[in-house]
Design a protein around this ligand. Structure first.
Ligand code: 5GP
Ligand code: ZN
Length: 118
């Protein structure tokens, strides 16, 4: 997608504070973190949202989830972390390219307060 910011980050056209990359996925720190550690796991392939996934995406979805605890531990979140996937305008999604938020560190607030900031 030519006008998609996460496609541009995945293609290396715009810089990001990258923490992981393989053939299928990229992960980088959120530009506007809501916790001491806050990064995004993003498929390189443009998938608009979780509501736009199909059974053929099983592999990529599994890879994204499996990567979350591994990168969280590498980022110092051994004691635990939160994940969020905003889906569609009604779900507060602002960047229309599928991503998992992984965040934690510092004070663990109530879920509703934390998600209100996403
Ligand atoms: P959403 O609301 O779509 O679930 O979350 C999009 C997230 O992407 C937000 O937390 C926002 O701070 C982050 N974001 C938006 N643009 C950029 C960018 O250019 N670089 C990085 N690293 N994060 C971005
Ligand atoms: Zn995209």
């Amino acid at each position: 997608m030519s006008n998609c910011i996460f496609c541009k980050i995945a293609a290396g056209e715009i810089p990001a504070n990258k923490i992981y990359e393989d053939d299928d996925l990229i992960a980088f720190h959120d530009i506007n973190p809501i916790a001491a550690v806050h990064f995004l796991i993003v498929p390189k392939q443009h998938i608009e949202s979780l509501a736009h996934t199909h059974p053929r995406d099983l592999g990529i979805l599994g890879k994204m989830l499996l990567l979350a605890p591994r990168l969280a531990a590498e980022q110092g979140l051994e004691s635990g972390f939160r994940t969020a996937i905003n889906t569609g305008k009604g779900g507060g999604q602002e960047v229309m390219h599928l991503h998992i938020h992984v965040f934690g560190g510092g004070k663990t607030g109530k879920m509703a307060d934390v998600l209100a900031k996403l």
